[in-house]
Design a protein around this ligand. Structure first.
Ligand code: DX5
Ligand code: ZN
Length: 218
């Protein structure tokens, strides 16, 4: 089994102490920092953009995992690369038939790339681009907000995506995002996810090192 990695979602952090939060969550044992970029158009919420990411970048060497919930992502990818993203994921629902070329755009700029699908999108929609991806991201909530309830219908999709990844013979990560907690983390791991995003579950905890360890080990 691939190594389990924990990716706290920065959306639930205290933005008034953003730099400090990045340094602390790294020291607490996070493997990646999940950065939710929302434009108020693709989703009904606005979070932060490349300038914010660039300004928190010096606070840690942790892998910056930028999840772009924006329309026309191809217009902004160079800015996110410049800001210091290590991996950029883009939604099938935002890219449509431009998904493959958008993934290539990201790779050509020297960072890792991934495709994301919403809870109501079938895995088959991204099947043809799996080979182009370093990571697949399956949403287990409808994107837009932290703190929502996990949608269990995603579990068979995790199994399906893991099988397709195995068929490629490549080391492609399978990330799950939305509503993950101590109660359901084992379910998503058993289904085949190896990168676990957790926002409210991690940032609402006083002892964040402990919850990160628990999410990894349960
Ligand atoms: C939802 C975001 C998630 C979210 C996760 O639009 O993509 O990354 O912040 O937060 P929790 O873990 O609280 O559901
Ligand atoms: Zn996310």
């Amino acid at each position: 089994m691939t190594k389990i990695k924990i990716a706290p979602s920065f959306l639930s952090a205290d933005f008034s102490k953003a730099g400090e939060e990045v340094t602390k969550i790294t020291a607490n044992g996070a493997d990646l920092l999940h950065l939710d970029v929302m434009d108020g158009s693709f989703v009904k919420n606005i979070s932060f953009g490349p300038k914010f990411i660039k300004e928190i970048r010096p606070y840690s060497n942790i892998v910056f995992d930028a999840h772009l919930m924006i329309v026309n992502p191809w217009n902004y990818i160079p800015q996110f690369v410049d800001a210091g993203a290590d991996i950029i994921t883009v939604h099938y629902e935002a890219c449509g038939d431009r998904l493959k070329e958008t993934l290539k755009q990201i790779k050509d700029l020297g960072v890792k790339c991934g495709a994301v699908i919403n809870p109501n999108t079938e895995v088959k929609q991204i099947e043809s681009v799996i080979d182009d991806c370093d990571m697949l991201l399956l949403m287990s909530v409808y994107p837009g907000f932290g703190g929502q309830k996990f949608i269990p219908d995603v579990l068979p999709k995790i199994e399906q995506a893991r099988k397709l990844i195995e068929k490629t013979g490549k080391d492609i990560d399978l990330e799950i995002d939305g509503g993950i907690n101590k109660e359901n983390v084992k379910l998503v791991k058993d289904a085949g996810a190896n990168v676990i995003v957790a926002g409210s579950t991690v940032f609402n905890e006083v002892d964040r090192a402990k919850i990160i360890r628990e999410l990894r080990e349960i």
